[in-house]
Design a protein around this ligand. Structure first.
Ligand code: ADP
Length: 192
């Protein structure tokens, strides 16, 4: 099974992807994680993406599509969870082409619905927790970058909801429940 977890920043995509990796032996492909790894690697690409990411803007389609392509070449185990990708219609088209090329298909797109107030609270909370634990907050987990991340989401990513709905792939769930409730809702979709 290959699935997309779609939702705004702070919707809980990463948390739920983690459960699917554990419980269903799926492979999480988080472009956010890949880009953060690139950022710390000190490569030329890392330097280019760092500035864009920290501001809260989207990295170019070309870069993220390249990162995803590399991962599709590896072992696919219980299937792929696309987390934070696609984020633009161009990325959605590229994903369709890539899956075709690798003899795979997209089974379902799960949209996690959460309202903005909760998102801001969650992200501000996540930053505070990281600092309290002696670490540092993500460079883009501050109010200014968060505002831009939300605008980028509504402008460029949320059109994917209509797109996948029209294709017949979309299932929407309430992302406001407890972590367990959301986990249950996702499990019901995947087991159906
Ligand atoms: P969020 O919690 O905001 O959903 P992510 O970890 O998914 O965070 O992404 C962090 C940042 O990485 C984004 O704000 C963006 O700059 C960059 N990024 C991640 N995935 C993509 C993508 N598919 N296309 C463009 N930029 C991306």
């Amino acid at each position: 099974m290959n699935i997309i977890l779609l939702g705004p920043p702070g919707a809980g995509k990463g948390t739920q992807a983690g459960f699917l990796v554990e419980g269903r032996d799926m492979i999480q492909l988080s472009t956010g994680d890949m880009l953060r790894a690139a950022k710390t690697s000190g490569t030329e690409m890392g330097k280019i993406v760092a500035e864009v990411m920290d501001k809260g803007e989207l990295v170019t389609d070309e870069i993220v599509i390249g990162l995803i392509r590399e991962k599709l070449e590896g072992d696919k185990k219980g299937g792929f969870i696309f987390d934070g990708f696609p984020r633009t219609l161009a990325q959605a088209d590229a994903l369709e082409e890539l899956l075709k090329e690798f003899g795979e298909k997209l089974d379902v797109v799960i949209e996690m619905q959460v309202n903005d107030d909760v998102l801001v609270d969650r992200i501000v909370g996540r930053a505070a927790e990281a600092v309290a634990a002696g670490g540092t907050a993500r460079a883009d987990d501050n109010e200014e970058s968060l505002k831009i991340r939300l605008m980028e989401y509504y402008k460029k990513t949320s059109p994917l909801i209509g797109y996948y709905h029209a294709k017949g792939n979309l299932k929407s769930i309430d992302g406001l429940g407890t972590i367990d409730e959301v986990k249950g809702a996702i499990a019901r979709i995947l087991d159906a």
